[in-house]
Design a protein around this ligand. Structure first.
Ligand code: NAD
Ligand code: LMR
Length: 328
């Protein structure tokens, strides 16, 4: 018997990440080659027509696993029955906008979306926030969904994780598949900390093969500022790589991390590693059977501790700012 389609809601569906993401979801790369999907696209009214154009192209691609595409401009309808929600649409920072203005504008998006997920999503809902500032937007959405377990709200640091794999692989002359146990800690921002101290390259310590000056002066800034470098080069923020990382994040959450490896996800802290409980911060996680757990017991040296603390302090500042604005 054919499996029941999984409902996947994507916000910002007519944007550039949406355009790269939807075709990969429909082809089966989000959930697996045996899982049919139904897409529920959410856009603002002005962009619904563009989303309709993308839906025409999705039809034209004749994906066997795609069982339907519905388009909405109302979050309550878009999240009805959602099993997976990819929150991509967000308000970008424009000239003259202060940080508080940006947080407030995004509060106007993620508050009602959190409430809509609370009202109508399926019991097994898994939420990934991609739209920036992703960690704090996830915090806002989660705080308006009191009936959904908070742990179902996650934010994306998988792109940072993939960037770190690629940079380290290039430095050591190995493929990304040879690198295991790399971690992104903290915020999806320039303060994030890509940590190679527990990483292994073909079974050997990665940290032993690089020096601290390269980590501090090249590797960490390259990974942490890669988003800005892409914007400078492309004239637009990363899109296909961001979509690819979103696919990786959900695929890994649903299907599990490989034996002997872990991944990075921004998830609500339970207080592990001194990260204040409730902040949505990136950790090393293993996933199995649709659930995730923080990898425990890692020793953190001074180099790592200082950098994790700085990124977590930024997350606490963002939380305090949205609290002061009444958004959480
Ligand atoms: P984009 O501007 O091309 O598309 C955004 C889309 O969201 C637009 O079509 C817009 O109409 C829509 N939108 C705005 N408000 C909405 C709402 N309330 N409901 C539904 N849709 C809404 O932007 P993009 O390049 O696709 O990027 C989207 C977001 O992802 C940005 O915030 C960007 O900074 C962020 N991003 C995050 C990462 C990450 O690693 N976490 C990486 C790259 C980009
Ligand atoms: C990225 O990491 O590529 C993006 O978050 C950058 C941005 O500001 O949109």
């Amino acid at each position: 018997m054919a499996r029941t389609p999984v409902n996947v809601t994507v916000t910002g569906a007519a944007g550039q990440i949406g355009y790269a993401l939807l075709f990969r979801i429909a082809s089966g790369q989000l959930l697996g080659a045996d899982t049919p999907v139904k897409l529920r696209l959410l856009e603002i009214p002005q962009a619904v027509k563009a989303a309709e154009g993308t839906a025409m192209e999705l039809a034209d691609a004749a994906f066997p696993l795609l069982s339907g595409v519905d388009i909405f401009d109302d979050p309550v309808k878009a999240f009805e029955g959602a099993n997976v929600a990819l929150l991509v649409g967000a308000r970008p920072r424009t000239a003259g906008m202060e940080r508080g203005d940006l947080l407030e504008a995004n509060g106007g998006i993620f508050k009602p979306q959190g409430a809509a997920i609370n009202a109508g999503a399926a019991d097994d809902i898994k939420v990934l926030v991609v739209g920036n500032p992703a960690n704090t937007n996830a915090l806002i959405a989660a705080s308006h969904a009191p009936d959904v377990p908070t742990g179902r709200f996650t934010a994306m640091t998988r792109l940072d994780h993939n960037r770190a794999l690629s940079q380290l692989g290039a430095k050591l002359g190995v493929g990304v598949a040879d690198i295991k146990k790399l971690t992104i800690w903290g915020n999806h921002s320039a303060t994030q900390y890509p940590d190679v101290f527990h990483a292994e390259v073909a079974g050997k310590s990665a940290a032993d093969q690089v020096d601290e000056a390269w980590l501090a002066d090249e590797f960490i800034p390259t990974v942490a500022k890669r988003g800005a470098a892409i914007i400078a080069a492309r004239g637009a923020s990363s899109a296909a790589s961001a979509a690819s990382a979103a696919i990786d994040h959900i695929y890994t959450w649903v299907n599990g991390t490989p034996e002997g490896d872990w991944t990075s996800m921004a998830i609500p802290s339970d207080g592990s590693y001194g990260v204040p409980a409730g902040l949505i911060s990136s950790f090393p996680v293993v996933t199995k059977d649709g659930a995730y757990e923080i990898v425990q017991g890692l020793e953190l040296n001074e180099f790592s501790r200082t950098r994790i603390d700085a990124s977590v302090a930024e997350l606490a500042e963002e939380r305090d700012a949205v609290r002061a604005l009444g958004l959480i």
